[in-house]
Design a protein around this ligand. Structure first.
Ligand code: IMP
Ligand code: MG
Length: 174
């Protein structure tokens, strides 16, 4: 079985959209510091590129979560595998994700973070598959809404591979 990759969103289109998001976030957070929280590992490429386009002060932290369940469908019960290093109390927190699918992971994560009393809590995702939503999530910044296809690249993996692709692709198995 070989894996063929086709391009869904080109590198230049992704870069252009990230620059637009960075400009919007810079405007919305004027006079404040954005505390960006990356959800590992998928969010890391997007967060780094986005941070470079933000002109207000930025601080960063990282967390890693995993879904309990059978592995292919997220169960909604999320385990924090790596927690944040720093407190978020009183901070203007922007959670940065690669993709929102069922919404279960983010819904749990946002509830957990909210209980830690940030000054504000917003969500930025590179990709959104709205047709797949099971749990409602309020998304503040979206790069692209996409159809229900399994995508890779720009942080997103297929069996841990392809995260380093500089574009969003689709794996075709044949
Ligand atoms: P959910 O929103 O709780 O269903 O889970 C979202 C997580 O599933 C994302 O953070 C990704 O790690 C993973 N995921 C969902 N859709 C895709 C995809 O198309 N490609 C790669 N990973 C995906
Ligand atoms: Mg993820």
């Amino acid at each position: 079985m070989s894996e063929k990759i086709s391009v869904m969103i080109s590198e230049s289109d992704v870069d252009k959209r990230i620059a637009e998001l960075g400009a919007k976030i810079s405007k919305d957070y004027e006079g404040r510091t954005v505390h960006m929280i990356c959800v590992l590992k998928g969010g890391v490429f997007f967060m780094c590129e986005l941070a470079k386009k933000i002109t207000v002060p930025v601080t960063m932290d990282f967390m890693s979560v995993s879904s309990y369940g059978n592995g292919t469908v997220s169960s909604g019960v999320v385990k924090i595998v790596k927690d944040l290093d720093d407190t978020i109390e009183g901070k203007d927190v922007l959670v940065v994700e690669d993709i929102i699918d069922s919404g279960r992971t983010l819904s749990y994560l946002l509830d957990t973070l909210k209980s830690r009393k940030p000054n504000s809590l917003k969500l930025c995702t590179l990709l959104d598959k709205p047709d797949r939503r099971v749990t409602e999530v309020n998304v503040d910044y979206t790069g692209f809404e996409i159809e229900d296809k399994f995508v890779i690249g720009y942080g997103l993996d297929y069996a841990q591979k392809y995260r380093n692709l500089p574009y969003i692709g689709v794996v075709e198995l044949d």
